[in-house]
Design a protein around this ligand. Structure first.
Ligand code: GAL
Length: 812
């Protein structure tokens, strides 16, 4: 089978407010004035209900992230079958040990002056965790099942014009409904769109770029509309906002306008050149009145999946250097925040990553917008369960009723993003077994194809032998293998597609800045401190270390790339300590829960980032008590060879070689005996000339606090965040890699203290309290803007330490 998926240009359907003069279409984001309560015993939807005592919150909001951590929350006693467990055991921290279970209510009182009788109004939820029941002015107007789905409700008949309206939303998180921290509440945007009766249908516009040549590209735009006797004018603007094409169309067929618009000398979208065009589509009545207007960013690009050749973007074979990401943002919980997402992508970009998989559910709109702008390909996933359960109250409860609706909304709302290059209908679904599973796989894939014929569909398969035998793997557009490096060859031969995707790889575990001895490769290793070694040699029974995937990626042209589990640590799933309290977040991340890179970051960077050089030494060199003991030194670098010096003495030259996967990708000096001082590495270029050097020194006692902001100027919009990395150094300015001092944070001026995170998976310190202990010498403080411009100061103090201060600025 040869699959050809040609380009999609896309319109992200962003209907925007055109102001009072042309009030044909308005978006009102319900961000402020929310009241929230978890303590409600009676039904709180009625108009007369008094919610004045409820907590005042703004949305996005996650009610559970404020803690406290407690092992009793959602304590699951189970055997995790997909991990090969047979006997049920107590799993504390599996869903983050945060209070997300139960019912929460939100209420918002608002009025929409733009709304008049005869207009249309849609209430849009970009995700609501979970099982939302929605009431307007005391009446139930809709509900949904899956907490990750986008959905909207037509409220035209229930919205009262010229008066206050009361919106109430009830959300319920059942115990045993997730395998990770799902968050709780209205964790994504809620908005209302007001339109004329004659207008663009919500999520009904689809732009593709079916024909791209050097001198011209065809932009194919289909827009569903309600109404007759209309005309549509589309203007295409380039990135400099210059109009590069205009076209008018008057014929509506099957409720749709259809245009083929030529764009001369197209700039193609790719991770390296994330060039975006904008399509402005205007809808006019016969008398020339403007009825609706949309502004949609899109990219011009082609994608193709071919047997034995793999995946091509714009005609160039490209491998996915991807990471899987859960949706939580560490200390912010599930509440979506664009600054936090942008920071994640900035870190991943520096690593050389070019693709994201939204495991195992629908990505936020904000994340897709950023992926378009910053240049990341996207594998947008939908489900972790189909009809067969993994957890007692998982998605299987909704599958029959909702699966198709969930996919339709996913595809229609996001298909115009050029970043999306593949859909996933499921992850490790137990339905890989049984004939009905095959039927479901086909059904879901067909729904994706019907809604979007331009992109292929994958499933992350862990039961590879089974799916080879049953035909499950053969029917997928893209066979995705989760782990199972030993089965790639066999799967390639057995499946007809002619390529394999590493839909989920590695699941190596490590704790930032923690090293264990002796240094040996092992599985399921546990230590008394509930940490994992950062020598990057530890994995789970089903998983492997990164180098084993690198071999497949490099040696097999038919392997089209990998999505590493995971780019960042996430709340919940504290494998290999899921039976040990107080572990409450993952160890899988390439960077930790605070977004601080672990050593593994540099291993991937040395392979993936082709622009910048990497030369990273591990471990740290503060090993009081290990004098004279074997303390191996690893170097992650894109150079092939290097010489190591300990206190000026050469420890020899190491050169990458093919004897083992580790020797191929790492430089390792396994016999170094620890003595305090300086470890220096000198890397050689391909001519054997010294290219670059790096060193690590033994630090003295912590002396001074150092602050470093990712951004010193933030927007005064009440949402933007500066992430400040806090570390301590000794008297000579050498970073103290083992410091665990407790620090206090104070923010003054035009911002608020939002949270801190140190990346320690066993820490029960609460993120939003203004104190925290360093973990391996570091932590990150989040300072959030308010709607006021000005100077911001963060002061960090700690007993016996010279304090740290940093000035930031917020601007409108
Ligand atoms: C996979 C699964 C992920 C995560 C991972 C941990 O099997 O798809 O969600 O659980 O294992 O290694």
């Amino acid at each position: 089978m040869k699959l050809i998926f040609r380009s999609i240009l896309f319109v992200f359907l962003l209907v925007f407010s055109c102001g009072k003069m042309m009030s044909q279409s308005t978006t009102v984001v319900l961000k402020d004035n929310w009241r929230f309560s978890k303590e409600v015993t009676e039904e709180a939807f009625s108009v007369n209900f008094d919610a004045s005592k409820w907590e005042k919150v703004s949305v996005p909001h996650d009610w559970a992230i404020y803690g406290p951590f407690d092992k009793e929350w959602d304590k699951q006693v189970s055997a995790i079958e997909q991990n090969g467990e047979k006997v049920p055991t107590e799993k504390t921290g599996r869903t983050g040990a945060l209070p997300h279970i139960g019912t929460g209510w939100y209420r918002n009182t608002f009025s929409i002056p733009e709304f008049k009788k005869g207009k249309k109004a849609l209430l849009i939820f970009e995700g609501a965790m979970s099982e939302p029941q929605v009431f307007l002015n005391g009446k139930k107007i809709g509900e949904w099942g899956y907490g990750y789905s986008y959905f909207y409700i037509d409220i035209s008949k229930d919205l009262i014009p010229g008066s206050e309206n009361i919106l109430a939303v009830k959300l319920t998180n059942m115990p045993f409904s997730s395998r990770w921290y799902p968050g709780a509440g209205l964790y994504r945007k809620v908005s209302i769109e007001v339109k004329e009766e004659e207008s663009f249908v919500q999520w009904g516009t689809f732009i593709t770029t079916p024909d791209i040549k050097e001198n011209t590209a065809v932009v194919d735009l289909k827009a569903e509309v309600s109404g007759n006797n209309l005309s549509m004018v589309t203007q295409i603007k380039d990135a400099a906002n210059t109009i590069v094409a205009t076209q008018k169309v008057t014929e509506i067929k099957d409720g749709k306008f259809h245009q083929n618009i030529s764009v001369a000398k197209p700039h193609l979208w790719s991770p390296e050149t994330p060039y975006l065009y904008t399509a402005i589509t205007k809808l006019y009545a016969a008398d020339g009145t403007l009825k609706d207007e949309q502004s949609t960013k899109f990219g011009i690009r082609s994608i193709k999946y071919e047997a034995h050749k793999g995946f091509s973007l714009n005609g160039k074979v490209t491998k996915f250097k991807g990471v899987c990401l859960h949706h939580d943002l560490g200390p912010l919980g599930a509440a979506v925040n664009k600054a936090a997402l942008r920071r994640q992508l900035t870190i991943l970009k520096d690593m050389g990553c070019n693709a994201i998989r939204s495991s195992h559910n629908m990505p936020s709109f904000e994340q897709l917008e950023l992926a378009d702008e910053m240049g990341f390909m996207f594998l947008a996933e939908s489900f972790d369960e189909w009809a067969k359960p993994k957890v007692q109250n998982g998605y299987h409860r909704f599958f029959e009723e909702y699966a198709e609706k969930d996919i339709v909304n996913l595809v229609r709302a996001t298909r115009n993003h050029p970043c999306i290059v593949m859909w996933s209908s499921g992850n490790e679904v137990p339905d890989q077994y049984g004939a009905e599973g095959l039927t479901r796989a086909k059904f879901l894939q067909d729904v994706f194809h019907r809604e979007d014929p331009t992109r292929p569909v994958t499933v992350g398969m862990d039961q590879v032998k089974q799916t080879m035998a049953s035909g499950f793997g053969s029917l997928l557009d893209v066979p995705g293998l989760n782990y199972r490096v030993h089965l790639y060859e066999e799967a390639y031969k057995s499946f007809p597609q002619g390529f394999i995707l590493g839909s989920e790889t590695a699941s190596t575990v490590s704790s930032r800045g923690i090293y264990k001895f002796p240094v040996v490769q092992q599985k399921e290793k546990q230590y008394d401190d509930l940490q994992c070694s950062s020598y990057d040699l530890e994995a789970c029974s089903w998983s492997n270390v990164p180098d084993e995937d690198f071999v497949l990626q490099d040696d097999k042209p038919w392997v089209i790339g990998e999505f590493v589990w995971t780019g960042f640590d996430y709340l919940g799933e504290p494998t290999p300590y899921d039976e040990k309290w107080p572990s409450r977040s993952s160890y899988f991340g390439i960077s930790d829960l605070a977004g601080l890179p672990k050593d593994r970051f540099y291993l991937y960077r040395s392979r993936w980032n082709k622009e910048d050089k990497t030369l990273h030494i591990l471990p740290h060199w503060n090993w009081k008590g290990r004098e004279g003991e074997i303390t191996p030194v690893f170097v992650y670098t894109n150079y092939d060879s290097a010489e190591l010096f300990v206190n000026g003495k050469s420890m020899g030259v190491q050169k990458k070689n093919n004897s083992t996967p580790q020797n191929r990708y790492r430089l390792m000096w396994n016999d170094i005996k620890y003595e305090p001082g300086t470890v220096k590495v000198v890397a050689f270029d391909s001519n054997g000339k010294i290219a670059v050097e790096s060193e690590v020194k033994t630090a003295g006692d912590p002396y001074k606090i150092i602050l470093e902001a990712d951004r010193k100027v933030i927007k005064a919009d009440g949402d933007d965040i500066s992430f400040i990395t806090v570390s301590v150094v000794d008297k000579n300015g050498i970073p103290c890699p083992t410091a665990v001092n407790e620090l206090q944070f104070k923010v003054t001026g035009a911002a608020t203290y939002r949270a801190a995170c140190n990346g320690d998976a066993t820490s029960l310190e609460i993120f939003h309290e203004n104190k925290m202990k360093l973990f391996s010498g570091k932590l990150v403080v989040l300072v959030k803007s308010v709607e006021m411009a000005g100077i911001i100061q963060l002061e960090v103090t700690g007993k016996g330490l010279q304090k740290g201060k940093i000035n930031l600025k917020s601007e409108f």
